[in-house]
Design a protein around this ligand. Structure first.
Ligand SMILES: Nc1ncnc2c1ncn2[C@@H]1O[C@H](COP(=O)(O)OP(=O)(O)OP(=O)(O)O)[C@@H](O)[C@H]1O
Length: 249
């Protein structure tokens, strides 16, 4: 469970203080998935970094299962826009990095890593280095690494953006599979209204800067590839777009 209350974040530089987030409130229940959507620069990544414990200076509260966020204590699966892979480690080593920080790697961990990597379509690439992979393959290693950690919370910044349409759909479905079996509380950032409506149990619309969540709602189309009520789908989608553009109705 993730609880965010009155979160405020400032970036400080020689030019002064810049308020990136102002009064953000968010609840993600255990096993919930929240899609955060909003225009470029509104503060989505800043919110994710704060939830991950990377930004440590903030006002307000960020709680994971009712205790203040602590990257050493909580298991946080993080998929960042730049993937965060170590160039000198091969695919299998990179995929086990998150877990290695937390515990000694066992044969079972390795087997699970190989299983997830294979499901990600990376079976022939275990000994390749990041420099020998395509952007989409790197992104899949980063997603696999987060899954392999079996995290308390999963945070993903545009996790499927570098993938072609077919691989993206496969990865989205794999994500739902893993999420279903492990019931991981997840927050992910996306620019795509379609992706928010497919993968978000809840959708949070952000505007800014300074970033704030202007609306959160339950998404009736979660997990539905076959859209049965096209009228309702189109009306939610256009409402989402209006909210993102700041045209509230
Ligand atoms: N290190 C920093 N110092 C000062 N300002 C920053 C810093 N990092 C981000 N910002 C500013 O904070 C605001 C929020 O940035 P953030 O990266 O969180 O937005 P975003 O919604 O994730 O954007 P995008 O969708 O383009 O990735 C932006 O206006 C950005 O210019």
């Amino acid at each position: 469970m993730i609880t965010v209350r009155n979160l405020e974040v400032f970036y400080k530089s020689s030019r002064g203080k810049f308020r990136a987030l102002a009064g953000v409130n968010l609840d993600v229940e255990k096993g919930g998935i929240v899609a955060v959507i909003g225009p470029s620069g509104c503060g989505k990544s800043t919110l994710l970094y704060t939830l991950a414990g990377i930004i440590k200076e903030f006002k307000g509260e960020v709680l994971i299962d009712k205790t203040p966020i602590d990257a050493r204590k909580h298991r946080i699966g993080l998929v960042l826009q730049d993937y965060g892979l170590l160039p000198w480690k091969n695919v299998i080593e990179n995929s086990l990095l998150g877990l290695r920080v937390k515990k000694k790697i066992t044969k079972t961990d390795r087997d699970y890593a190989e299983y997830i990597l294979s499901r990600m379509g990376l079976s022939g690439l275990f000994t390749r280095y990041p420099g020998e992979l395509s952007g989409g393959q790197r992104q899949r290693v980063a997603i696999a690494r987060a899954f392999i950690l079996k995290p308390d919370i999963l945070l993903m910044d545009e996790p499927f953006s570098a993938l072609d349409a077919i691989t993206r759909e496969e990865m989205q479905d794999l994500f739902l599979d893993v999420w279903e079996s492990d019931s991981i509380s997840t927050v992910f950032v996306t620019h795509s209204t379609e992706e928010a409506m497919y993968l978000g149990k809840k959708i949070a619309v952000m505007t800014g800067p300074p970033g704030r969540i202007v609306k959160t709602f339950d998404n009736p189309f979660f997990g539905a590839r076959e859209i049965k009520d096209l009228g309702l789908y189109s009306s939610i989608k256009s409402k989402l777009k209006d909210l993102i553009k700041g045209r509230q109705k």
